[in-house]
Design a binder for this molecule. Structure first.
Ligand code: SF4
Length: 448
């Protein structure tokens, strides 16, 4: 009698940024191509991968504790393979094996494409593996990501970062910048469109410094992607003010599929702090770029990242940040308290001298200001007509649909689930600081 063997199961647990989300999609695709099936329950899996982030201590500790908690499961099921990938893995390498006795494989931010082979090697040899050596090696392979959403998908256009912001661990954990060939990115997006995707999010630490070996830049890439039939929307993140060039601004203005949202991290509104951070631009340059961008792209929303409580930041310098936020009128901002990360220049050479109480107070004042601006800006949207890509059913109210405008504002509205996957025109009827409410006016297009 022939008995079928149940397929092996994997679980990938992801922390951190969109780059990590997409790396997880690629690892999932690689495992599926070897016959594994996905499970959300790590206690039911034969392979568990923790794809980690080390930007904040909390996320790093959570990942490590969760991996440690698999020790008992590993004793019960010796065949269970536990791997750790992402920035913590790249940064700590072999030290993780000492910290987590139940860990079998440590796999770096450019080695993860070898995940299935490393699992097999571990299963054959039984020896724990550290694979973090490919950090500066370009890789260009036929990756088969398993994307969670079927309408919008991430596409990596470049890896690594050549900058040296003093608070950031990324250059150490993600290696030198390397841009994927333009034709390869275009082919991947064409393939996604053939599968029904309508919106792509181009990912990289500094997308606007994209530059291929053939000297094709970010403007060339946007123009090439804009020509793809069936693709409706192109987003990109993150742009660095340092690398913002006229060609980029003009390409955005000239490509009708590029969405009207610019995410331009400023980090601080004070020049001395920006110098301490080694951000390589000053506040005047940042203001000039935004002015220029808005002159050519007046419908764009603007979002940013800000750090408060950087070493030696004074109250007056923090006030400069508040003033910049008032002037820029950001639609949204990701706001953080400075937290020193071992291995960064700021952690190794600067004293973290702003008391936590002061940092928290500054963060709260910044959040209050930004939320009031976001609320005002969303109130200004009332009565305007927006194209919305209908993405799904609202989690809060199953009778409502949810989607995003081309300015990347979230909108909820009444509608039939059959509209999911189409673009509709919505009149905005209300909004708080985070979400707009609206009424569907016309249905414009559909996948069906
Ligand atoms: S630009 Fe600066 S903050 Fe961004 S990834 Fe590079 S070093 Fe880190």
């Amino acid at each position: 009698m022939i008995t079928a063997t149940a397929p092996k199961k994997f679980s990938v647990i992801t922390y951190g940024c969109q780059m990590n989300d997409h790396d997880s999609e690629i690892m999932e695709g690689l495992l599926r191509s070897r016959g594994y099936e996905k499970t959300e329950d790590e206690h039911d899996a034969d392979v568990v991968v923790f794809n980690t982030c080390c930007v904040r201590e909390g996320a790093e500790n959570r990942a490590i504790q969760r991996a440690q908690s698999l020790a008992a499961a590993k004793e019960r099921r010796p065949g269970l393979v536990v791997a750790m990938s992402g920035c913590v893995a790249q940064d700590q390498g072999k030290r993780l094996l000492d910290r987590i006795p139940s860990l079998d494989i440590v796999i770096g931010t450019r080695d993860y494409i070898r995940l299935p082979e490393l699992i097999e090697k571990y299963q054959i040899d039984g020896e724990r593996i550290v694979a973090t050596e490919d950090i500066d090696k370009p890789f260009s392979v036929n990756l088969v990501p398993i994307r969670e959403q079927k309408l919008k998908g991430f596409v990596n256009i470049m890896y690594g970062c050549n900058n040296s912001c003093t608070y950031c661990i990324v250059p150490k954990t993600r290696g030198e910048e390397w841009s994927r060939p333009l034709a390869e990115v275009v082919d991947e997006v064409r393939g996604m469109v053939a599968q029904g995707y309508r919106e792509v999010m181009l990912l990289g630490q500094n997308v606007n410094s994209y530059m291929t070996a053939a000297r094709e830049d970010f403007a060339d890439l946007l123009s090439a992607l804009n020509e793809i039939d069936g693709l409706w929307r192109i987003r990109y993140t993150t742009s660095n003010p340092k690398s913002c060039r006229d060609r980029h601004i003009e390409a955005v203005a000239g490509c009708d599929k590029v969405m009207e949202n610019l995410h331009l991290p400023v980090q601080s509104g004070n020049n001395r702090v920006l110098r301490m951070m080694k951000r390589a631009y000053n506040v005047e340059r940042y203001r000039y770029l935004v002015e220029k961008f808005r002159a050519q792209n007046p419908l764009h929303s603007l979002t940013t990242d800000i750090i408060v409580g950087f070493p030696t930041e004074t109250e007056e310098e923090f006030q400069d940040t508040l003033n910049l936020v008032r002037d820029m009128r950001y639609d949204n901002a990701f706001m953080f308290i400075y937290s020193p990360r071992a291995g960064t220049v700021s952690a190794d050479t600067m004293v973290d001298d702003v008391p936590m109480k002061v940092k928290k107070d500054r963060l709260q004042r910044l959040i209050d200001l930004q939320e009031s601006i976001a609320f005002e800006k969303n109130q200004e949207e009332i009565g305007r007509l927006h194209e919305v890509l209908v993405e799904g059913i609202s989690k809060k109210d199953p009778g409502q649909l949810v989607g995003h405008t081309r300015t990347f504002k979230r909108v909820v509205f009444d509608g039939n689930a059959r509209l999911i996957g189409s673009r509709v025109n919505v009149t905005i009827t209300g909004g708080n600081g985070h979400t707009l409410m609206g009424d569907v006016v016309t249905r414009e297009a559909s996948f069906a």
